[in-house]
Design a protein around this ligand. Structure first.
Ligand SMILES: CCCCCc1ccc(-c2ccc(S(=O)(=O)CCO)cc2)cc1/C=C\c1ccccn1
Length: 239
């Protein structure tokens, strides 16, 4: 992927999002708006040109899966329609490399707003932890809106294009068994940070957008993490 025209942007945004995901929710004005078991979901209320673009940050802990497995199922197009309930269509416009693809997604209409689509590159990467060099256990998927010749903005004007930046950062924690036995899924914990900023691209009532996010984000992260656990529970562990 290093040769692709998008590479410098992919590298920069992915590094930025990793740094942003690592910032705690203690600082600044994060507002806890949803809790479910280990999942905590925070938002900041922000508007750009009168449009709600509330940044979202969720933290979650899931036992029995690795950070690679969580990121793999988030990145791969093969499983997306199994867990993403807000999309009507999904297309891979370009496979840049094994770890980088360009997606076009048409999202279900949220009445009374117009229907939206999202065009973004998606990049999966293992991250050496700068603070703990031998921690090879952090993976990130970064999704960021982009242009593409086969999905021009003005092609049919049927959908309003959203602008998004999303990061899923997952760290595997292993509790090695006392008796030196082989590691099982009971010894695994995945610490998840999910960050997203979605600019709706065109006007949508603030009340509608905030209601959608309040309803959809907790549902999405809960459904996604349960889906990955179920997919992995009877399969060999992949780090
Ligand atoms: C008026 C409604 C405007 C919002 C429409 C919309 C736009 C984008 C997106 C969206 C959400 C998550 C991603 S992702 O994390 O990259 C995973 C891959 O799909 C990409 C896109 C969603 C939704 C609509 C609903 C909605 C909002 C939160 C959460 C879930 N659904």
């Amino acid at each position: 992927a290093q040769s692709h025209v998008l590479w410098p942007e992919i590298d920069r945004i992915t590094a930025e999002q990793l740094h942003y995901a690592r910032q705690g929710v203690g600082e600044g004005v994060w507002e806890l708006f949803a809790e479910d078991g280990e999942m905590r979901m925070y938002k900041r209320e922000e508007e750009v040109n009168g449009l709600v673009v509330d940044p979202l940050k969720a933290v979650h802990t899931v036992k029995g899966v690795t950070g690679f497995e969580m990121c793999h199922y988030f990145f791969s197009p093969d499983y997306r329609l199994d867990w993403e309930t807000t999309i009507e269509q999904m297309k891979v416009l370009e496979k840049v490399s094994d770890d980088t693809m360009i997606f076009l997604q048409i999202h279900k209409r949220v009445w009374p707003a117009s229907q939206r689509d999202a065009l973004f590159w998606s990049h999966l990467r293992q991250v050496p932890d700068s603070r703990d060099p031998d921690a090879q256990n952090i993976w990130i998927v970064c999704n960021h809106s982009t242009e593409h010749h086969s999905a021009p903005e003005k092609s049919n004007g049927k959908y309003i294009r959203v602008f998004l930046t999303v990061a899923l950062v997952c760290q595997t924690m292993i509790e090695p068994p006392k008796n030196g036995a082989q590691i099982t899924r009971d010894d695994l914990t995945c610490k998840i940070t999910y960050c997203s900023v979605v600019n709706p691209g065109g006007w949508a009532p603030a009340s509608v957008l905030r209601a959608v996010y309040k309803r959809e984000y907790p549902k999405f992260l809960k459904k996604f993490t349960h889906y990955v656990y179920d997919q992995c529970k009877n399969k060999p562990i992949r780090f």
